[in-house]
Design a protein around this ligand. Sequence first.
Ligand code: SF4
Length: 180
Amino acid sequence: MKWQWTHAEQFYERVDHLGLHGLHFQHVTLCERRAWMYLHGINFAHWYGRVEIGIAKHRSSYARDHSVNGLMGLAPDRIDWNERIVYENKGTAGAADASDNQTAFYAVMLSIATGKQWRAITHVLSTRRQREVSLDPDRLESLWHASERLAALARLETVPPAKRIRLCKTCSLAGFCGFD
Ligand code: SF4
């Protein structure tokens, strides 16, 4: 049976038009200012050691799997093409909803592209546990809402307001926001 979602076509067009990928969906779930910065190509990772260390750990823990070679525009960590499962690696189990939105985004895009239902699994490296992310109506609604917020943020010409949140302690933009 063909996989169906009311917003599939509009979602796909929006993603294509704005050049969105998984991290946009993670960022917008965490903090709209962070998502705005990312959408507008403002990135302080090069001078922020914590991010560089994180990237190095991620790369050395799990080199990019060959299963994702040739995937244009999507960057999940691993794909099981036979079982139709997409995996995304995360260092810790924190910010689960944001991480799961990223993983679900890949599964939704593959489901739209192939017309078949894909499964999404977040793999937590620190605990070696896997968390299945169901593409249920709530998750689909969350992704749809996130895409609407991203479209609005892409149109916004000034930095959106932000409040200090727990994430600020480890965010590469904390210096800019004055929340470090
Ligand atoms: S420092 Fe905090 S408010 Fe600023 S972008 Fe990061 S998470 Fe958002």
